[in-house]
Design a protein around this ligand. Structure first.
Ligand code: SF4
Length: 357
């Protein structure tokens, strides 16, 4: 487990972001929020995949009203994404939202900001300040000339101070940029400037392939420094993919304790079985497991036994068959056609064992 930088803990529904808590996985619905049925269905799919907090856009009255019905049908905390309109924030709060993403400096007159802060305080609802390199305040663009990490941190401080002046400290901050080095620099500076928990993200990262690489590069660098209390991967794809990538990234740093890991070889000329299909099927099979087991899928016996020793369960291929390993011991040989089903049975047994103990 990478040491996490200590931050102020902030409660969001039944979860706490920051402090010494695990990094929390978030995603955002792609549905029209007012379409309660579609939104709830998408949230259930996200929750199944391991999403812990979900955000919806609240861009009109209908969306704000829908929150009440959505909340009744989901169990993870719900966040309202609001730009400028304080009345939508008040409606979302009234309807039971768990967190509001709004920049106080963009709300307008002081009494409007005060109304939102007062409503959040009364219900114990935190506010996420979302700084975005692409929409910095004019006074900062005039000062810095163009978006810079320093300008982003100054923007965060500008919004933070507005909330602190109103004695509000349930604050979470994001500093998103689509430029990876800029995002890394902004988050690093922010982490040494204030103690509010940071919500990590590379904005407009791209498609499933390019966005995953870009996000892993940027957010991986930050996670390795112990920065980040909550995370969202932004992809032009089904948001379930965002959650899967988040889990995989957190696993890489030992920051998730309830996920299974796949070890699979790249294959080479020694291969005698259809390893790619098996590895993909196993990856899919274990993706929803909530236990920290390691499964290895190796093409041959050259590295198989060695790698299998590191795993709870694994296979090593041979000509037309495979060896099944459990905790480093070969337990039996299985014909290739039965390799996958036998491995799944063994995975189920290990999962059962974990769940019992
Ligand atoms: Fe090649 Fe075997 Fe190594 Fe896979 S485990 S890369 S098949 S030598």
């Amino acid at each position: 487990m990478f040491h996490r930088r200590e931050t102020i803990p902030v409660k969001v529904g039944n979860l706490t972001i920051g402090g010494s808590n695990d990094v929390i996985i978030q995603s955002m619905c792609t549905t029209k929020t007012a379409d309660v049925k579609a939104t709830v269905a998408e949230i259930h799919r996200l929750e199944d995949a391991g999403c812990q907090i979900v955000r919806v856009t609240v861009n009109n009255k209908e969306a704000a009203e829908a929150i009440k019905d959505i909340k009744k049908q989901i169990s993870i905390p719900l966040v309202a994404d609001i730009h400028f309109d304080y009345r939508l924030a008040l409606m979302a709060i009234e309807n039971g939202i768990d967190k509001v993403r709004i920049n106080p400096g963009n709300i307008g007159r002081r009494e409007k900001v005060e109304a939102v802060v007062k409503a959040c305080k009364e219900r114990g609802i935190p506010i996420r300040i979302g700084v975005n390199a692409g929409s910095l305040e004019n006074h900062l663009l005039e000062k810095y000339g163009y978006p810079t990490p320093e300008a982003m941190v100054e923007s965060a401080l500008y919004h933070i101070r507005i909330l602190e002046e109103l004695d509000f400290r349930d604050i979470i901050v994001s500093l998103k940029a689509s430029d990876v080095p800029m995002a890394i620099a902004a988050y690093t500076q922010a982490a040494s400037t204030f103690k509010y928990p940071l919500h990590l993200g590379i904005t407009e990262a791209g498609t499933l392939f390019s966005g995953t690489v870009k996000s892993a590069a940027g957010l991986g660098a930050l996670l390795s420094m112990g920065i980040g209390s909550t995370i969202r991967i932004s992809l032009s794809a089904d948001p379930v993919e965002e959650v899967k990538v988040c889990r995989e990234l957190l696993k890489s740093f030992g920051l998730i304790t309830n996920a299974a890991t796949l070890i699979s070889c790249p294959t080479c000329g020694r291969l005698d079985i259809d390893l790619f299909s098996i590895a993909n099927e196993v990856e899919d099979y274990i993706s929803k497991l909530k236990v920290p087991i390691k499964v290895s899928v190796l093409g041959c016996a050259v590295n198989g036994p060695g790698e299998a020793r590191e795993a709870d369960i694994g296979i090593a291929g041979a000509r037309g068959e495979g060896m099944l390993f459990r905790y480093g011991e070969m337990i039996r040989k299985v014909p290739e056609a039965e390799l996958l089903s036998e491995l799944k049975k063994e995975i189920d047994l290990i999962v059962e064992h974990y769940e019992r103990t």
